[in-house]
Design a protein around this ligand. Structure first.
Ligand code: TRP
Length: 326
């Protein structure tokens, strides 16, 4: 029996290089070793987008298409929508009965977001209970490992605490899931900040050749370098950070030439953008095919959700019985 790997994605729309080199490459690598559950968290999206939920569904489909084109294999992996599994909502309800408010109040991601995000009213029950919903996502299939970025570790800790508390009250049932931390490569965006759709600095996996060329050409390199022959500083250059990801074999050479002022920034950019573009060509071809047959994408989601609901139904039956309301 394979162990269970589960992870949730926010339905952010088309994926970009930051997503790819963050968690996704890693998950696809581990896909053959586990029984896999990958899902799109549209309920979690609602917890922050409830005032304007308009794009959640179309974004979700774009994400699914990208994931499959990248190599998430529907034969090996259940790929589904959170909202297609009502058992998650029911488990959330039971878990909410046993979750102390103080665990949620002290959750660092909660405190941080309430402070940072002023444009939305996040003083809602749904947003406050975000980690409980996440615990329900994970515990509904009793996952063993959860690939996440570091920012999600507090949520995983709360999941383990809830599992432990449930087992203590009603007898062992839930496993305590472990994180699978990827050596996520931090990808900078075209402006040097972390790549993110909301910063408008992302290179999307589906960008065409012209767009990728333009985005790389516009990148800020070394502000002190005015003439092509001035010595450069690769350590602070955003374009160089792409060399680290895409051209590790020639990186020493590029570094030397830059530092000596033997290669100008435009020439350097023109050497890297085709590499980035070419690395996406397989993906883009597959994506093109998938996007013309959206019915098939819906069929994949439906097939997976049926399978997941069977597993989820067994969890709910056990939980009801343990909590004395079967
Ligand atoms: N909170 C996660 C994020 O923002 C998404 C998520 C929801 C998730 N449920 C999950 C991740 C369960 C892993 C497991 O990225």
């Amino acid at each position: 029996m394979k162990k269970i790997m589960l992870t949730g994605f926010r339905p952010t729309g088309k994926l970009h290089l930051g997503h790819l080199h963050g968690n996704i490459k890693n998950m696809i690598k581990y896909q053959p070793d586990y029984e896999n559950y990958f899902f799109l968290v549209d309920w979690h999206a609602l917890s922050t987008e409830y005032q304007e939920p308009g794009n959640i569904k179309s974004n979700l489909i774009e994400c699914v298409v990208d994931l499959i084109a990248l190599g998430v294999d529907p034969e090996k992996t259940n790929i589904y929508r959170q909202s297609d599994i009502p058992e998650i909502a029911e488990l959330f309800l039971y878990l909410s009965m046993i979750t102390p408010l103080s665990w949620l109040e002290r959750c660092p991601t909660y405190k941080e977001q309430i402070k940072q995000i002023k444009s939305k009213d996040l003083s809602t029950l749904g947003f406050f209970s975000y980690p409980v919903l996440m615990a329900a996502d994970i515990l509904i299939v009793n996952a063993d490992v959860v690939p996440v970025g570091e920012d999600q570790l507090p949520h995983l800790e709360i999941t383990r605490e809830i599992a432990r508390r449930f087992n203590y009250f009603y007898g062992d049932y839930f496993k305590e899931p472990a994180e699978l931390l990827s050596e996520a490569t931090r990808v900078v965006g075209t402006d040097g900040r972390k790549m993110s759709k909301s910063y408008n600095n992302a290179i999307f996996l589906s960008d065409d050749e012209k767009t990728i060329k333009k985005k790389i050409r516009q990148m800020i390199t070394d502000p002190e370098r005015i003439h092509a022959t001035d010595p450069g500083h690769p350590d602070i250059c955003n374009v160089f950070s792409f060399y680290k990801i895409y051209c590790s074999e020639i990186i020493g050479e590029v570094e030397k030439r830059c530092k000596k002022g033997h290669i100008g920034c435009t020439a350097c950019k023109d050497q890297i953008w085709p590499v980035i573009y070419n690395s996406l060509s397989d993906f883009q071809e597959k994506r093109q095919k998938l996007i013309t047959n959206i019915d098939e994408i819906y069929a994949i989601l439906e097939k997976s959700s049926k399978k997941v609901r069977e597993v989820a139904g067994r969890t709910i039956a056990a939980v009801r019985q343990k909590m004395g309301i079967d």
